[in-house]
Design a protein. Structure first.
Ligand SMILES: Nc1ncnc2c1ncn2[C@@H]1O[C@H](COP(=O)(O)OP(=O)(O)OP(=O)(O)O)[C@@H](O)[C@H]1O
Ligand SMILES: [Mg+2]
Lengths: 220, 423
């Protein structure tokens, strides 16, 4: 259960202030599947970054399963993120020198999981996402859709309750987008909480809830 | 994270840009090596000045009792008369019947001669006894300057005649000589030896592990060598001929108090002209003052160079560490997003810099050592002992800075920015 209350985010750069979020409130229950849409620059990524503990809000409260995330320090945010949150990015954010397997294995390494168990988990996840046969390939040798599946596998493998995806289909064609969103649907059916930012209504329609944002606020 | 995984990630971290790493290690080695060389040169230089100055000072104050002659049967002691020695060192050499026997050279270096004995050449170097050193006569070339008896008288130069006479009478007209320990089997105390036109008598033997001050251009140090066991040590000779030798082309003479130094200078010039030698005369005071100011100037210059090298070493190793982080920003961003913590990355920086600095320092120091051993005799002494602690200090400071700066750099990098870096 996640509660955002009156979250504001103001960027100050070069003397000018940008109010990216102007008091966003939102509650996300476990197993939720939310799509966020809105014009460019309305603050979607900012919201996602704050939710994902990659950034902290200027004001407002953010409670994640009884933890007051807004009170955490930079260091604690890293640790909190490591324990609870996974990401899927538009540009996949895969390490090009790692194989598919190694990319997916990375979060498990970070968590200090033993290599035999790691191997089992990664293999299972790769099979679930239908990319088991790509395990030894490098990201540059597979298609965009396969890369995004790899990135999703990496997000899934550590079994975090919250998965955040910032325009996960932004770099993919519509067919592949659909395949990827089908994957998200399945993941959500398995009980994961998902929040997807997108510009694409067909993508957004996969979600249970659609939120529209404009100028740092949700439209009701 | 498990240690093995940490090691794997560490390897990835280091090999992520292997060319850069190799380059930075090479660069660090080079700067460390340069630092090492400058430091060695600096130490060597100031040690030489110290030896020189101390030689003059102690020469004036306490050396005048010394009266010795050195002979080496095995090899020409060419290197033995290059420089003023620490005469204090000579005290522990024996004193027999109130006469000091020393193996040394130099203070009032007057003689380096060859005597032919059967087919062999032998080299004898002797010093003249000097009570006070008032003038140094410097010759700028390596030609010999022979000062004969008449000249000595005319210049009112003192030589060891008086002492010689005393001594000879005290020892029945024989030259006393200390023999190396290896001669103790074949010679006895009281045996007579003949060298050139001199008759010598063995008055004692050197200890098997006797030490002598030696000088090979580095300044004076003791050498304890087996070759001493094959040597004889004589008292000073009565020889008058003097010869200046490179590289320190100086001849020191003691003048009678009543001598007119201007007159002496003129006379010495005349001698010089006669033998085609350019001579200049300087007083000991001015030699000391010059040496001191030369030393200061050299030290200043080296110090500047050294500080520059120090800064350069730290800059290059730090810059390469930061650059290697910068080119890996994207990867670090992805690591962060996958749950690897900034502290993990900092540990990697610690470890990587440790490996890099230790490797560079060991290699640079090793190369310096090798160079000292194989290529430059003059480096040997200075290098290993004196520079080590400075070298360690440099490595330590380099390590601290090359860890602190990249850590500070990476802690300022926000994960969002890291992720947005283009490959
Ligand atoms: N680091 C930053 N410094 C200053 N301003 C920023 C920063 N990041 C975002 N902004 C500003 O905050 C506002 C919201 O940005 P955000 O990235 O959240 O938009 P977005 O809705 O994700 O847009 P898009 O759909 O183009 O990705 C924008 O006006 C943007 O310029
Ligand atoms: Mg965005």
């Amino acid at each position: 259960m996640i509660l955002l209350d009156n979250i504001c985010k103001t960027y100050t750069s070069g003397g000018t202030e940008t109010h990216a979020l102007r008091g966003v409130s939102l509650s996300i229950s476990n197993g939720d599947y939310i799509a966020v849409m809105g014009p460019s620059g309305c603050g979607k990524s900012t919201l996602l970054n704050i939710l994902g503990c990659m950034d902290s809000s200027t004001s407002g409260t953010y409670v994640f399963d009884d933890v007051a995330v807004h009170e955490l320090s930079y260091k604690q945010l890293h640790i909190f993120r490591k324990k609870h949150i996974s990401f899927v990015f538009q540009n996949f954010a895969l390490l090009n020198r790692y194989t598919v397997f190694e990319n997916v294995e990375l979060p498990l390494i970070a968590q200090g999981i033993h290599s035999t168990e790691r191997k089992k988990k990664v293999t299972n996840t790769l099979e679930e996402l239908g990319i088991a046969e790509l395990r030894d390939k490098l990201p540059i040798h597979i298609s965009g859709g396969q890369q995004q599946r790899t990135a999703i596998a990496r997000a899934l493998v550590s079994d975090h309750e919250l998965i955040l995806a910032d325009e996960p289909t932004g770099a993919l064609d519509s067919n592949t987008s659909k395949e990827i969103m089908d994957v998200f649907d399945i993941i959500n059916k398995h009980g994961k909480t998902i929040m997807v930012v997108t510009h694409d209504l067909t993508v957004a329609k996969h979600a249970k809830r659609l939120l529209r944002m404009e100028d740092g606020l949700f439209l009701i | 994270m498990k240690n093995r995984d940490r090691f794997l990630l560490m390897t990835d971290f280091m090999t992520g840009r292997i060319k850069l790493l190799v380059l930075s290690v090479l660069l660090t080695i080079c700067t460390f090596l340069l630092f090492d060389m400058v430091l060695t040169l600096m130490k060597e230089q100031s040690f030489e000045y110290d030896t020189y100055i101390d030689g003059y000072k102690s020469g004036i104050d306490d050396v005048y009792k010394i009266d010795f002659q050195y002979m080496n049967m095995t090899s020409p002691p060419r290197i033995l008369y290059e420089q003023t020695s620490y005469m204090d060192f000579l005290e522990d050499i024996r004193s027999i019947d109130g006469v000091n026997f020393v193996c040394g050279y130099d203070y009032s270096r007057v003689r380096f001669d060859e005597l032919s004995r059967s087919e062999e050449y032998e080299y004898i170097m002797s010093t003249r006894r000097v009570d006070e050193l008032e003038l140094g006569i410097m010759s700028n070339d390596s030609l010999a300057l022979i000062v004969d008896d008449d000249c000595m008288n005319y210049l009112m130069l003192k030589c060891s005649d008086d002492y010689l006479a005393d001594f000879l009478s005290a020892s029945d007209g024989y030259w006393p000589v200390l023999a190396g320990s290896s001669f103790s089997d074949i010679l006895n105390i009281g045996d007579i030896l003949h060298y050139g036109d001199k008759s010598c008598r063995i008055v004692g033997f050197l200890d098997p592990d006797a030490t002598w001050p030696n000088n090979n251009g580095l300044g004076t140090y003791f050498y304890k060598t087996n070759s001493l066991n094959y040597q004889f040590v004589f008292r000073s000779s009565d020889m008058r001929s003097v010869r200046t030798t490179p590289p320190l082309n100086a001849l020191y003479m003691k003048l009678d108090k009543s001598a007119d130094s201007i007159q002496v200078e003129r006379q010495v010039r005349n001698i010089g002209n006669e033998y085609n030698i350019i001579l200049s005369m300087v007083s000991v005071d001015s030699i000391l003052a010059d040496s001191a100011s030369d030393k200061m100037a050299a030290e200043k210059m080296y110090m500047k160079l050294l500080i520059f090298m120090f800064v350069l070493c730290i800059l290059t190793s730090t810059a390469s560490a930061v650059i290697s982080l910068m080119v890996q920003r994207k990867k670090i961003g992805i690591w962060y997003a996958s749950g690897i913590l900034p502290s993990d990355v900092q540990t990697m920086i610690f470890a990587e810099q440790f490996i890099k600095i230790v490797l560079s320092a060991v290699l640079a120091y090793g190369i310096g050592m090798w160079y000292a051993r194989e290529c430059s005799m003059t480096y040997q002494l200075m290098h290993s002992t004196i520079t080590l602690r400075w070298f360690l200090l440099l490595s330590l400071i380099s390590y601290i800075v090359t860890v602190a700066v990249p850590c500070a750099y990476i802690s300022r990098q926000h994960i969002i920015d890291l992720l947005q870096v283009k490959d």
